[in-house]
Design a protein around this ligand. Structure first.
Ligand code: UD1
Ligand code: MG
Length: 482
C-alpha cells in the first residue's frame, strides 16, 4: 500500500457565516492568535498533502488576501455561488485539473479545534481499509443541525448521511453525526460528484450524498469515530467562537503546566498558539501572552500583563505591564505599570519601573529607570541611573532624533534630553535640567534657571492668609526647633 500522504486537502470556506453577524468573513475570526481557517490549515499541513486548496466564495478578496499572508503555498478555488458542499468540492477538483489520483481529504474551514492527529488517524484508517470514502464521525450530546450517520443496524456499515432538514423522526434520534471531514479516493469522488443531485430541502449539491452513491456502486464506505466530539465542533456564532477559544486556551495552558510552567489562574490567563515557555516560568492572573512571546526559565509575569511578541529573559520579573515587540533581559525588573513599545531592549538586571514608557530604546546591563519617564529613541549604557520624571525629547514635530547616554551616568530628576544629544560616560546632570548640548564624560551639567528668594513676599502680598500666619509663626520659633 502507498503512503497515506494525501494528494490534496480541500478546505471549504466559501460560506458567508451569517450567524456571526460580522463584517469580517467567518473563517477570518481569531482564536488564540490564529484565524479559524489558519487553525484548520495548520492541522491539514500535518498531513503533508501534495496540494492544499481552499474553496473561497463569500468575501473572497479578504479571505484570499489573508491566505496569501499566512501561507503562500496554499491554492484557492473560487465557488462564486454557494450551491452546496458537493459543488464546493467540485470547484476544488476542477482547479486541481479534474482528475486527482490518490486520497483527497475534505475539511471545513470553521472547525478550529480539529487536530492534525485526528486527521492523520482518519487518513491512515482510510488507506489501511482500502475505502472509497471514510467519514469522520462523532457521538454528540445534541445532534440538532448535523447530518446523521445512518448505519446498517447498530454498529453496522455506514449506508448514508442524511441532513437534519431531510431526516425522518427516527433518523433525527441518531446521535452519531457527520463531522464534515472525509477522506476520499480522488477518482471515485470526482465520478460520484457528477451524479449528485439537488432534490433536497435546500436545493443544494450535498457532498454527503457521495457516500450513498459510492456504496450503491459497490464501493467500500468506512467511518472513523473521533475520540473527542468537541474537536469537530463547527463555529457558527460568537458564543461558539468563545467556547472554542476557551477550549483551545485550556489545551495550551494544560500543555504548558505539564511542561513545568506555573499558571496561577488558568481562567484569566490567555495565550496564543505561538507562545513558548521554559520550565519554572510563572504566570500570574489576568495575563495575556500573544504572538511570539517567550518566557525563559524562571521568568515571572503578571498579574495583569499583556505581552505581544516579547521575550522575557530567565528570572526576569514583569508586573502589570503592556509590552509589544520588546526584549527583557535576564533578571531584569519591569513595572509595575510600565509600557514597553517596539524596539525596547532591556539588559541583564536592568530596571524599567513605574509609569515608564519606552520605545526603540536599548537599556544596558544594570541600568535603572525607576519612575515616571519617557525613553524614546535612546541608547543607554551600563549601570546608569535615570532620575525620576525624565523625558527623552525625541520629536521636533517633524523628525525623530536619538539620545545617547553612557555608562555609570547619574542624571537628575526631571531632566529633558533634547535629542540629538549625547551624555558621556560617568557624567552627572542636575535635577530639572533641560539638556540641549552634549555633556562630556565625567562632567556635571546644570541647565536650569538660578533660584531667587523674595523675602517677606507673602506677608506683603497675602496679608492675613493662612500662609502668612504660618510664616509669622515660623519666624518667631527659635532656630533649630524644627
Ligand atoms: C455540513 C454537512 C453536515 C455536517 C455538518 C458538520 C453537508 C450537506 N452537510 O452541514 O452533514 O454534519 O456540515 O458541521 O455537507 N461551504 C462552501 N460552499 C457551499 C456550502 C458550504 O464552501 O456551497 C462550506 C462552508 O463555508 C462551511 C462548510 O462548507 O465551511 C460547511 O457548510 P455549512 O453550511 O456550515 O454546512 P452544514 O449545514 O453545517
Ligand atoms: Mg448549510
Amino acid at each position: 500500500m502507498s503512503s497515506s500522504r494525501p494528494a490534496a486537502v480541500v478546505v471549504l470556506a466559501a460560506g458567508e457565516g451569517t450567524r456571526m453577524k460580522s463584517a469580517t468573513p467567518k473563517v477570518l475570526h481569531d482564536i488564540c492568535g490564529r484565524s479559524l481557517v489558519g487553525h484548520v490549515l495548520a492541522a491539514a499541513s500535518e498531513l503533508n498533502p501534495e496540494n492544499l486548496i481552499v474553496v473561497v466564495g463569500h468575501a473572497r478578496e479578504k479571505v484570499v488576501g489573508h491566505l496569501a499572508e499566512i501561507d503562500p503555498d496554499v491554492r484557492t478555488a473560487v465557488q462564486a455561488e454557494q450551491n452546496g458542499t458537493g459543488h464546493a468540492v467540485r470547484m476544488a477538483l476542477e482547479e486541481l485539473g479534474g482528475d486527482v489520483d490518490g486520497t483527497v481529504v475534505v475539511v471545513c474551514g470553521d472547525t478550529p479545534l480539529l487536530s492534525g492527529e485526528t486527521l492523520l488517524t482518519l487518513a491512515s484508517a482510510h488507506s489501511a481499509d482500502g475505502n472509497a470514502v471514510t467519514v469522520l464521525t462523532a457521538e454528540v450530546p445534541d445532534a440538532t443541525g448535523y447530518g446523521r450517520i445512518v448505519r446498517d443496524g447498530a454498529g453496522g456499515a455506514v449506508t448514508a448521511i442524511v441532513e437534519h432538514k431531510d431526516a425522518s423522526d427516527s433518523q433525527r434520534a441518531i446521535r452519531e453525526i457527520n463531522s464534515g471531514v472525509f477522506a476520499f479516493d480522488g477518482r471515485l469522488l470526482a465520478d460520484a460528484l457528477g451524479k449528485v443531485r439537488t432534490d433536497n430541502s435546500q436545493g443544494e449539491e450535498y457532498l454527503t450524498d457521495v457516500l450513498g452513491i459510492l456504496r450503491e456502486a459497490g464501493h467500500r464506505v468506512g467511518a472513523a469515530v473521533a475520540a473527542d466530539h468537541r474537536e469537530i465542533a463547527g463555529i457558527n456564532n460568537r458564543v461558539q467562537l468563545a467556547e472554542a477559544r476557551r477550549i483551545l486556551n485550556d489545551r495550551l495552558l494544560t500543555r504548558a503546566m505539564l511542561a513545568g510552567v506555573s499558571v496561577l489562574d488558568p481562567a484569566t490567563t490567555w495565550v496564543d498558539v505561538t507562545v513558548t515557555f521554559e520550565q519554572d516560568a510563572i504566570v500570574h492572573p489576568g495575563t495575556q501572552l500573544q504572538g511570539a512571546t517567550h518566557l525563559a526559565e524562571g521568568a515571572e509575569v503578571g498579574p495583569n500583563c499583556r505581552l505581544k511578541d516579547t521575550r522575557v529573559g530567565a528570572g526576569a520579573r514583569v508586573d502589570n505591564t503592556v509590552a509589544d515587540t520588546a526584549e527583557v533581559g535576564p533578571q531584569a525588573k519591569v513595572g509595575p505599570f510600565a509600557y514597553l513599545r517596539p524596539g525596547t531592549r532591556i539588559g541583564l538586571k536592568a530596571k524599567v519601573g513605574t509609569y515608564v514608557e519606552t520605545k526603540n530604546a536599548t537599556i544596558g546591563e544594570g541600568t535603572k529607570i525607576p519612575h515616571l519617564s519617557y525613553v524614546g529613541d535612546a541608547t543607554i549604557g551600563e549601570y546608569s541611573n535615570i532620575g525620576a520624571a525624565s523625558v527623552f525629547v525625541n520629536y521636533d514635530g517633524q523628525d525623530k532624533h536619538h539620545t545617547t547616554i553612557g555608562s555609570h551616568c547619574r542624571t537628575g530628576s526631571d531632566n529633558m534630553f533634547v535629542a540629538p544629544v549625547t551624555i558621556g560616560d560617568g557624567a552627572y546632570t542636575a535635577a530639572g535640567s533641560v539638556i540641549t548640548k552634549d555633556v562630556p564624560p565625567g562632567s556635571l551639567a546644570v541647565a536650569r534657571g538660578q533660584q531667587r528668594n523674595i523675602e517677606g513676599w507673602v506677608a506683603r502680598k497675602r496679608p492675613g492668609s493662612a500662609a502668612a500666619k504660618a510664616a509669622e509663626t515660623a519666624s518667631r520659633e527659635p532656630e533649630g526647633e524644627g
